[in-house]
Structures are given as structure tokens and as C-alpha cells.
Design a protein around this ligand. Structure first.
Ligand SMILES: Nc1ncnc2c1ncn2[C@@H]1O[C@H](COP(=O)(O)OP(=O)(O)OP(=O)(O)O)[C@@H](O)[C@H]1O
Ligand SMILES: [Mg+2]
Length: 354
């Protein structure tokens, strides 16, 4: 299963761009500000319903336009499935096979897309919500029913927080506790299982890329020695005081250590990038090689930030995987991944066959 065709309208600087993708390797070259990252971002939005660069939808819409549309076709067994995402002032709407879908998550199984871009160090550097998103995307692709637990948990959390904020009596707030605990525990158990799986691959990638020993643990978001129900009971007064639920999987975190030490503020920017790449590569490796679902891996200008040795290691890590690769580069002669199946040149937002 791979993404075979993309059509982008009024997305960032791309007015109207349509192109085919190779099932294995597509290379897109272009000068600075030609639209390379925008093109990858459009593909990412198609699979994830959100950008990796911004949370502000209006930034994705081409200046002067009122909506963007990204349309894609995925080869699946004997048929092609179409995916569509439209962004406007009304929000993001998605279609699958021409029919509107209720949740953007419905597109995700058709296009598991991952990106390694110059900003990946943010996965390490920024707050825990980025790492929770990273984790949840991975869990979903290993355990598809996770999304339902996640949605039900979010619903319970939202209602519970609204009741806390409105200072409603405890009995009203507690009406949401059963769902909060039930789905929160399911979610948390799935995440913990996933971290175990991820570790096995991430350790090897970190050794290859960083030459360091990585360990990753899952912190559930409530004290280890109590159940979620107990933790919720104990946190009632602080919940009430702050007007928000203080414990639960929405407060979960990954604890990441290299050579036994925490990484926060301890490693260089370059090491943060390599560590993030090791974690992202581990997610890609978790897709079974014999699965019909192949992740689409987007590499945004990989030569720009890594030294030659690291780049070579990253390339060998990536090449060992059965992924669909879409790579951007400033230099059309970029040949580290071998000969591309399809190659394009992008100039001022226009994509042409190279
Ligand atoms: N909403 C928008 N409408 C129109 N143009 C936009 C919008 N958002 C960004 N741009 C412009 O799109 C252009 C291309 O940006 P993009 O980040 O895709 O370039 P790039 O080819 O990746 O460049 P670099 O090699 O520097 O990373 C930039 O000039 C940017 O200002
Ligand atoms: Mg760019």
C-alpha cells in the first residue's frame, strides 16, 4: 500500500500542483523557498489531519485564498482509495473514497506518514504533549482500537474539566470518573505496551546514530503505587483548586535517557536531532516488513543539517526499511538513496518532471 498520486490546491505557496509518486522513492529538488517543505507538509496533512510545522490552519491556506484542498490516491491491494482533506475557516474536513468522514483519524490507517525534518529536535526539546502525540500515533498503528479509547477518554476529560471549571458539585464531576478511569487505563496500558516494542528498535537506532545507550520509559501521569481511580480521589482538592484534572494519561510523559542520564538540557542540538530520528525510525521499523501497509517516510532536506557520517548512518537506517520514501533536496544530483523512481523539480511552487 503506498501513496501514488497527490493533488494540492492553494496550500502554502502551492497554487495547483499534481504529481505521481513512486511506490519506493521519489526525489523532489528545489531552491530555498521553492515549496519543498510545503509539499511534504501537504502529504503529511493528508495522513495526519494536521501540520508538523504549525497548529494554525490559516497559515496553511495560500495567501489570498479561503481554503486549501489536498487530494491523494493510495494503492491498496487491487484498488485505489482516494483521500481528501480540505481546510478553511470552518476547520479541517476529510473525505475517504469520496464520502465525508466524521473523524480525521479515519484517514490515518490508509496513509501512515512520518517525517524527519530539520525541526525534529522539537520532539526532545519541547514539552510532553509533542511526545504524547508521537506515542499515540504509533500506538494507533499497532492497536487500531486505541483510537476509540482515546476519543472516549478525551470526551470524559473534557466534560470533567468543564464541570471543575464551573465549580459544579463533586457528584456532577464524578459522573465522568468511571469513563475517565476505564478508558484512561486502557489507553495507558496500550501506550506502555507500545513503549516496550518501540524500545527494542530505538535502542539499535540510537546506537547506530548516536553511539549511545538509549532507554525509554513510560510515565503514566499518576503515581505508580496507586490505581488511576485512587489517584483521581486523592487529587480532588487540587483538581478543584486549579479547575482541571491533575492526574491521568493526559499528563503522561516519556522518560528518555542516554547512557543513563536524562536528556533535558544535557545534549546538543545535533544529538537531539539524532535522538529524535532514532525514535521516529523505531516507529517506522515497527511496521512489519510483510505488512501490506507500508509507512510513507518524508525526509525534508536530510543533507542540510547532519554531518556526512551521520547522514550516511541515517541513510542506511532508512534504506533498510520497506518504506515509501519521499525526499526533498536543494541539489538535484543528490544520489545517496540511489536512483529515484520518479524525480521532480519545484520552482516557485510549480512542480515539474526533472
Ligand atoms: N500561506 C502561505 N501562502 C503563500 N505562501 C506561503 C504561505 N506560507 C508560506 N509561504 C511561502 O512559501 C514559500 C515556500 O516555503 P517552503 O518552506 O515550502 O520552502 P522550501 O522550499 O522548503 O525552502 P527551504 O529550502 O528554505 O527550506 C516561502 O516563500 C513561504 O514564505
Ligand atoms: Mg524547507
Amino acid at each position: 500500500m503506498s501513496l501514488r498520486r497527490v493533488q494540492v490546491t492553494d496550500f502554502r505557496c502551492l497554487h495547483s500542483a499534481a504529481f505521481e509518486l513512486d511506490p519506493r522513492f521519489t526525489l523532489i529538488s528545489g531552491a530555498n523557498a521553492s515549496g519543498k517543505t510545503s509539499l511534504l507538509e501537504a502529504i503529511y496533512v493528508l495522513g495526519r489531519g494536521r501540520s508538523f510545522r504549525t497548529r494554525r490552519l490559516e497559515h496553511l491556506i495560500r495567501r489570498g485564498s479561503d481554503r486549501f484542498v489536498v487530494f491523494g490516491e493510495v494503492d491498496s491491494f487491487e484498488r485505489r482509495v482516494s483521500l481528501g482533506v480540505e481546510g478553511s475557516a470552518a476547520g479541517v474536513r476529510a473525505k475517504l473514497g469520496g464520502d465525508k468522514v466524521k473523524s480525521l483519524a479515519e484517514l490515518a490507517p490508509w496513509l501512515p506518514v512520518q517525517i524527519i525534518d530539520p525541526e525534529i529536535h522539537r520532539l526532545i526539546e519541547e514539552g510532553p504533549s509533542r511526545r504524547r502525540r508521537f506515542l499515540d500515533w504509533g500506538v494507533f498503528h499497532v492497536e487500531p482500537r486505541f483510537v476509540e479509547d482515546w476519543q472516549r477518554f478525551q470526551q470524559a476529560l473534557k466534560q470533567r474539566n468543564a464541570a471543575l471549571k464551573a465549580r459544579l458539585p463533586r457528584a456532577v464531576t464524578a459522573a465522568w470518573d468511571a469513563d475517565f478511569v476505564r478508558y484512561g487505563e486502557c489507553m495507558s496500558a496500550a501506550r506502555a505496551r507500545y513503549v516496550e516494542l518501540l524500545m527494542a528498535h530505538a535502542v539499535t537506532s540510537a546506537r547506530n546514530l548516536l553511539g549511545m545507550e538509549l532507554s525509554v520509559g513510560y510515565r503514566s501521569g499518576w503515581p505508580r503505587d496507586s490505581s488511576l481511580a485512587e489517584a483521581l480521589q486523592h487529587s480532588w482538592s487540587s483538581d478543584q483548586e486549579s479547575g482541571a484534572t491533575q492526574v491521568g494519561p493526559h499528563r503522561a510523559e516519556l522518560s528518555i535517557r542516554l547512557n543513563g542520564l536524562g536528556v533535558k538540557d544535557r545534549i546538543s542540538r545535533g544529538q537531539q536531532k539524532l535522538l529524535a530520528a532514532a525514535l521516529l525510525m523505531a516507529q517506522v521499523k515497527l511496521f512489519p516488513a510483510d505488512s501490506v501497509i507500508k509507512p510513507t517516510l518524508l525526509l525534508d532536506d536530510p543533507a542540510a543539517e547532519l554531518d556526512n557520517e551521520r547522514l550516511t548512518t541515517l541513510i542506511s537506517e532508512v534504506s533498510a526499511q520497506t518504506t515509501q520514501l519521499v525526499v526533498t533536496t536543494l541539489h538535484p544530483e543528490f544520489s545517496e538513496f540511489g536512483a529515484p523512481g520518479l524525480q521532480y523539480r519545484i520552482v516557485g511552487g510549480d512542480i515539474r518532471t526533472a
